[in-house]
Ligand binder design. Structure first.
Ligand code: NOJ
Length: 941
């Protein structure tokens, strides 16, 4: 009953939302999250306990006599001086300048959860050897690594040094807190709750040998916790883990998405820590550290001299505190300290706290941020190479009503001359929210609808959520139930929660058998009405449970392997995404690349597809925050990120909608989406003048698709982000460290979207001393570093191409990317002050794995120097038959040549026609007419 009330209440909240939209229009009010639905650190008992521990001498001591060194690293025991409980530390040097350590109990009463499936392989160890030792410490040298590790026994700490400089310390503030498992002190005769479900831990038998447990604080919430009307039975008692990391010399830290906050992380002292707990937050607010839909426990630290990363591999609820000894000091204050020689070295301290699991940490030692990207993606995998269509424009709303509506929308794009690759169907398309089915009256012929879209070279994405309607007539439910593949409650029955379909079961995606079964559901036979141009959207996979605590699953729900939901919460959505992507791969016999959008994510989710920033609002501040939110995700591997264009809640006015299209066109995942209660907003419904501007933005997106595709290839091969903060390319320029309103695409394009109502101009920061930047619309050249005031009109999207780069484009915008993929290429060459430029182009069939399995691809390099542009292969393994040719070369920053000559090996030289604009120093060379696959050069003489 309570559940029904909750669903009704939620629907009511959505309706209320609509009312507020109208009120907001008149009163200018912003919608706001109901904060009381979500825990603060004080309301999360383990966070409160961990945080109450103050810095000081650590009670842990390493027992150096127990130290054992093997080819894979060392192990040593740590004893808690008060409780006498013993932990085991496993420390490994890893290749590529990384270190890993794990801490677990020596004799846990119950095994602790260790995250699997996130690492793509066992990381290759680098041999550790003891290079020094005294009574209280051991110095370790890492083979092939430039750094040393000093392990201090009492109090326990680890220091990583490069030469004589300290890079990072672990437990320097003494905040290691490992809540060992224990028996509950229960009145005589009563049973230990941990035994109730028969899950009596293995190690318990040996308890007689364990030291007597000294008195420990058993605070409220340690063995049972209530939040609002929900209670968590906590059969294993307190199991949290926490640890601090000190980063001397570091003042700027980034990462740990997902938060609707600034790119640069803030100090959390005196406020709430950043929270990582995948949650469906209704009407989320900006500029705060509250948890959102996804979690990637990776933090990057940056200074002008060094970059480091900390990857805390734990899938339980996690909080991160950040403090700094320079926080609150003005730049002037810091300078004064420096001049007086009185300032301390700046230092940031980071403290991680997780509810259960072990401590498993990777220290990514850079030294550059690009090294950190490569290190992290060597562990968790790189961004999946998206099918080309998915980089085009996606048109979505909750909901396109029926087949006729879908076909009209599809036709609308053609009638009004807007490109579009994909139309999306939200939950109402399914029969009573029974995913994998179609509403028989509204979507009676999904297959012919899909065929029609295929004839237009477009795709459809349908939503498949992981909550399954409890209905004995629904095959999906029956199979999951009969095969025992649902998440269970503590008493072993199928867990049921409320979500869109009403009462719903949640497949246990932690179980490999569930994932295999789920993947098989996407076969064309099992998913009736589906077709090769149908792709998938996984929503609500935090998982969202309307009547659950904090709108999610009970922490004591049971998963495969005896794990509690508490242990695996943050990785649930990752597994949903994984199984769906696997299903799409399997349905094509392993040939076609999948496209799956997921709302929840974890470290490694980049391997399965795209993510988006969830239910934002049609407000200017939400438009702005999409930049730092997607930048933060890109820093931790998730390059394929976007925000709902237009804003999900509320109705954007035409100006905001236009600006959002202009922003979205330059963000990796480009989808317009809107709430059920909003007014329709397909681009042709706007006044003509706004339509034209949106058409231009879409045109920019489509013409840059060859560049986007090449950037994604790089992200896929190397693990470098597509959308980048400026500091990544200009690591020594402090001005860039806190920039949230502009970004780079690859290393060539700098984008400063307009995100203020009624803007007449923007202040653009153009970085790099000795760098030049060309406005891509006017070709006007500007020198860096400078802050440039640029007047804007509604149609301006300030974008600059860096001198020294080559950007490939398709200049004819057609109905969809598939209609453009064989079109000729125009190369935009922007010369550096030295008259040089470099760029590349990746091409393949755009949809299959043949680039990988059969080397069917082209990677071309274009380099300009000494007045000559040369095209050569950047990867001789690749070969790909393609009709694509080079139709034009635009060279920015070029003098007027007397003649332009094309040279193709084996053919006589030919002269090309050209046009030079003296005012902008731009040379347009016409029709080289050479195949994109061939080697050639163009000489300006
Ligand atoms: C929540 C999602 O975030 C939103 O995009 C979607 O439209 C609704 N669920 C309905 O499926």
């Amino acid at each position: 009953m309570a559940a029904v009330v909750e669903v009704v209440a939620r629907r009511r909240r959505y309706r209320m939302g609509l009312m507020l939209v109208f009120l907001g229009l008149f009163m200018g009010n912003a919608l706001a999250v109901d904060r009381s639905n979500f825990k603060t650190c004080d309301e999360s008992s383990f966070c409160k306990r961990q945080r109450s521990l103050r810095p000081g001498l650590s009670p842990y001591r390493a027992l150096l006599d127990s130290l054992q060194l093997g080819p894979d690293g060392l192990t040593v025991q740590l004893v808690h001086e008060v409780t006498k409980v013993v932990l085991v530390l496993e420390l490994q040097g890893l290749q590529k300048n990384m270190t890993r350590f794990r801490l677990d109990e020596l004799q846990p009463l119950h095994p602790r959860y260790r995250v699997s499936d996130v690492l793509v392989a066992d990381p290759a160890p680098a041999r550790l050897s003891v290079s020094g030792r005294d009574d209280n410490s051991v110095e370790l040298t890492v083979a092939e690594g430039p750094y040393k590790i000093i392990l201090t026994a009492k109090p326990f700490r680890l220091d990583l040094l490069e030469g004589r400089s300290l890079l990072l310390s672990v437990n320097a503030r003494g905040l290691l807190e490992f809540e060992h498992q224990r028996h509950r002190r229960v009145p005589q005769g009563a049973r230990d709750p941990a035994e109730v479900d028969g899950a009596q831990p293995e190690a318990a038998a040996g308890d007689g040998d364990k030291p007597e447990e000294p008195t420990e604080r058993e605070e409220p919430g340690a063995w049972e916790e209530t939040f609002k009307t929900h209670s968590d039975s906590k059969p294993y008692g307190p199991t949290s883990v926490g640890l601090d990391f000190s980063l001397p010399g570091m003042e700027h830290v980034y990462g740990i998405p997902e938060h609707a906050d600034s790119l640069r992380l803030k100090v959390t002292e005196g406020g709430e820590p950043y929270r990582l707990y995948n949650l469906d937050v209704f009407q989320y607010e900006l500029d705060n550290p509250m948890a959102l839909y996804g979690s990637v426990p990776v933090l990057l630290a940056h200074s002008p001299h060094r970059d480091l990363g900390i990857f805390w591999l734990n899938a339980a609820e996690t909080w991160v505190d950040i403090s700094s000894n320079t926080a609150g000091k003005t730049l002037f204050g810091k300078m004064l300290d420096y001049l007086q020689g009185s300032g301390e070295t700046p230092q940031t301290d980071v403290r991680w706290m997780s509810e259960s699991g072990i401590i498993d940490v990777f220290l990514l030692l850079g030294p550059s941020v690009f090294d950190v990207f490569r290190q992290y993606t060597s562990l968790t995998g790189t961004q999946a190479l998206p099918p080309l269509f998915s980089l085009g424009y996606h048109q979505s709303r909750w909901n396109y009503r029926d087949e006729a509506d879908v076909l009209q929308v599809d036709q609308g794009f053609d009638d009004h001359n807007f490109p579009c690759d994909v139309i999306w169907l939200d939950i109402e398309h399914a029969d009573g929210k029974r995913y994998f089915t179609w509403d028989p009256s509204r979507f009676p012929q999904p297959h012919s609808m899909l065929q029609h879209l295929a004839s237009k070279r477009r795709k459809l994405v349908a939503i498949v959520d992981p909550h399954i309607k409890v209905d004995s007539g629904y095959r999906v439910h029956e199979e999951l139930r009969n095969q025992g593949l649902y998440v269970k409650t503590r008493d072993g029955s199928d867990y049921e929660g409320w979500c869109w379909p009403g009462s719903a079961g949640y497949p246990d995606f932690i179980n490999p058998a569930t994932r295999a079964w789920w993947a098989s559901m996407f076969s064309f036979d099992n998913y009736e009405g589906s077709a090769p141009n149908l792709f998938i959207w996984n929503d609500m996979n935090e998982p969202s449970v309307f009547n659950g605590p904090e709108v999610t699953m009970l922490k004591d729900a049971q998963h495969y392997g005896g794990w509690e939901h508490r242990d695996v919460h943050n990785i649930y959505g990752f597994y949903v995404h994984m199984a769906t992507a696997e299903g799409l791969i399997q349905r094509s016999g392993g040939v076609e690349r999948p496209f799956v959008l997921s709302r929840a994510f974890f470290a490694g989710s980049q391997r399965f597809g795209a993510v988006w920033t969830g239910d934002n609002t049609a407000e200017w501040d939400h438009l702005k925050i999409s930049i730092p939110m997607c930048l933060s995700m890109g820093l931790v591997g998730l390059s394929f990120c976007g925000a709902d264009v237009g804003g999900f809640f509320k109705n954007p006015d035409p100006e905001l909608l236009v600006r959002w299209y202009q922003m979205g066109a330059f963000q990796p995942f480009f989808r317009a989406h809107a709430h059920l209660d909003t007014v329709r907003r397909e681009p042709w419904l706007l006044p003509a003048q706004h339509q034209e501007v949106i058409r231009e933005a879409l045109g920019q997106r489509y013409s840059l698709l060859p560049y986007w595709y090449t950037l994604f290839y790089r992200a896929h091969i190397e693990g470098v982000p597509v959308m980048r903060p400026l500091w990544v390319q200009y690591p020594q320029d402090v001005t860039t460290f806190s920039i949230d309103d502009q970004f780079l695409l690859g290393d060539a394009l700098l984008v400063h979207p307009v995100s203020d109502a009624g803007a007449h101009g923007v202040q653009v920061y153009l970085p790099g001393s000795g760098e030049v930047w060309y406005n891509i619309q006017s070709y006007q050249k500007h020198h860096g570093p400078q802050t440039l005031y640029l007047p804007v009109t509604l149609s301006s999207i300030p974008v600059f191409q860096r001198g020294g780069t080559v950007v490939p484009r398709w200049m004819r915008v057609r109905r969809s990317s598939d209609c453009m993929k064989d079109d000729p290429i125009t190369l935009f060459v922007a010369l550096s002050p030295q008259g040089m430029a470099q760029g590349e182009l990746f091409l393949d069939d755009g949809h299959s794995f043949n680039y990988q399995t059969r080397q069917e691809f082209l990677l071309r390099r274009f380099s300009f120097s000494q007045n000559t542009l040369v095209s050569s292969s950047a990867d001789l393994r690749g070969h790909f038959e393609t009709p694509v040719w080079i139709e034009r070369v635009v060279i920015m920053g070029a003098e007027k040549p007397a003649t332009v000559v094309l040279q193709v090996p084996g053919s006589p030289e030919s002269h090309l026609s050209f046009q030079h604009n003296t005012e902008t120093s731009t040379l347009v060379v016409r029709k080289p007419g050479v195949s994109v696959a061939s080697d050639w050069s163009i000489q300006l003489r």
